[in-house]
Design a protein around this ligand. Structure first.
Ligand SMILES: Cc1cc2nc3c(=O)[nH]c(=O)nc-3n(C[C@H](O)[C@H](O)[C@H](O)COP(=O)(O)OP(=O)(O)OC[C@H]3O[C@@H](n4cnc5c(N)ncnc54)[C@H](O)[C@@H]3O)c2cc1C
Length: 430
């Protein structure tokens, strides 16, 4: 049986980073990845819609995400800034509002109140420390309840809920408001910062795959693709890992799969009750990201909607055939990505003349190696699981963007967690 110092399960950004750092420290490392590619919840497809490259998963980063930003600089990866849209589109239940702000003038005060509530609540905590250890349990409630508790009304309330749901990729009745307030808090409690973090970040010129490959090549750890792990058995001397294609032995294991996937792996000793419980509950990020190629759409459309199928529709680039739109929905079954007529119906809630020519998406929620999009906590999960998800169980170390602090559920959080886990293993061995 092959023996390694460390076996890393999963070749997303967390796994690739942990493997690289452990290799740098002289460890013999094997990475086992279920899919036939690296990158995990990021997946750049270079040739969709007649040669346009599209990100199926993680896409945008901002300089305040210091872990991913440092990697981009370290490997000289090309990134480009988003263009500020000249105007916004607001869709009130499918009716496009041709107004400066999403509320009529008599409701401006309510909009101000909503912005103040966002900034006040985001300022109440330090996003670099565990939120469950700070006095903010009252914010760990469903997005809708937060909006009601804050006394938001009218379109200001609708807009705020839609924006939060867009950030959460979760519905207003499941996603934790605290997990989204964290975005604002992480941008120094700035409204503009949160806009940047949610719709105006930088993208990778050659796709997120360019950074994933750079980290993998630098580390040079052995990588086995198409090797889903089925069993992780620990004893006093080490860990035996069984995957499709073989059995290997290691001193320690780094587990980076999304939480919903843990329950499908046989652990011995069994996972503790808290880890098993969150794996079964799963996180709230159960929505959709759908790309559409459309004609008769403004080239700079950037729209938020409430009472609509998508909560955000934005133009990313223009090709000879039309405008490439990225669209998000907070639930996995809002729009049928395989049915152009249905995608067109949903896009028309933002651009009534739109003609959708093509659509492309990956159903992360139904993918057995993801079981969701990004790991927004459900309301109430901070208190129960924030600390348990990243806690080591003997020789099995738990990593992944869901275990990160400031930018959990982002690419940055994945890299932060990979670094932390590698350091944790090196410290444990001293
Ligand atoms: C649609 C979408 C949009 C997003 N947008 C953004 C964004 O704009 N900006 C941003 O920063 N973040 C975004 N994210 C989140 C970001 O992509 C993730 O937080 C990050 O990539 C997670 O990295 P990870 O390594 O922790 O987990 P993952 O990337 O999920 O890696 C886990 C790996 O484990 C593998 N695996 C699962 N089960 C097994 C098994 N049994 N055996 C072996 N391997 C297994 C998986 O195949 C996967 O490769 C988005 C995510 C999605 C899905």
């Amino acid at each position: 049986m092959d023996r390694y110092d460390v076996v890393v399960i999963g070749a997303g950004f967390a796994g690739l980073t942990a493997a690289r750092d452990l290799r740098e420290a002289g460890k013999d490392v094997l990475v086992l990845e279920a899919r036939d590619r690296i990158g995990g919840s990021t997946w750049y497809q270079p040739d969709v819609f007649d040669g346009v490259g599209l990100e199926m998963g993680g896409t945008w980063i901002v300089p305040q995400q210091t872990h991913v930003w440092a990697e981009v600089q370290r490997y000289g990866i090309a990134v480009e800034d988003s263009e500020l849209p000249a105007r916004m589109t607001w869709s009130d239940r499918g009716q496009v509002l041709d107004t400066l702000l999403p509320v009529p003038p008599q409701e401006y005060e309510q909009l101000e109140h909503a912005v103040r509530a966002l900034i006040t609540d985001a300022s109440r905590f330090d996003p670099t420390r565990p939120l469950s250890e700070q006095d903010v349990a009252d914010l760990d409630v469903p997005i809708r309840q937060w909006a009601e508790n804050a006394g938001l009304t009218g379109n200001a309330k609708e807009l705020m809920m839609s924006w939060f749901c867009g950030c959460a990729n979760a519905s207003e009745d499941t996603g934790s408001a605290l997990d989204i307030l964290r975005w604002c808090s992480s941008m120094d409690s700035s409204l503009w910062g949160m806009v940047q973090a949610s719709v105006l970040g930088f993208t990778f010129v050659d796709g997120t795959a360019s950074l994933a490959r750079a980290i993998r090549d630098d580390g040079g750890a052995e990588l086995r693709l198409s090797s889903p792990v089925r069993k992780v058995e620990s004893d006093d001397e080490g860990v035996t890992v069984t995957c499709d294609g073989g059995v290997v032995r290691a001193d320690r294991v780094v587990m980076t799969t999304p939480v919903g996937v843990w329950q499908d792996i046989e652990f011995s000793p069994a996972l503790p009750a808290d880890k098993l419980a969150i794996s079964r509950e799963n996180h709230a990020g159960q929505g959709q990201k759908i790309w559409a190629l459309a004609r008769n759409v403004p080239e700079d459309i950037s729209g938020f909607g409430w009472g609509t199928s998508f909560d955000y529709v934005g133009a990313m680039k223009t090709t000879d055939r039309g405008v490439v739109l990225v669209c998000f929905a907070p639930e996995h079954d809002r729009v049928d990505a395989d049915d152009l007529a249905d995608v067109q119906r949903a896009v028309r809630e933002f651009a009534p003349e739109a003609e959708v020519l093509d659509a492309h998406s990956h159903a992360w929620v139904h993918d057995e190696y993801s079981k969701g999009t990004w790991a927004t906590f459900r309301a109430g999960q901070f208190a129960k699981y924030e600390l348990c998800v990243g806690r080591a169980e003997g020789r099995v170390h738990f990593s992944g963007s869901h275990t990160a602090r400031r930018w959990r559920a982002f690419i940055d959080g994945a890299i932060e967690s990979g670094k932390r886990t590698a350091a944790e293993i090196l410290a444990a061995e001293q």
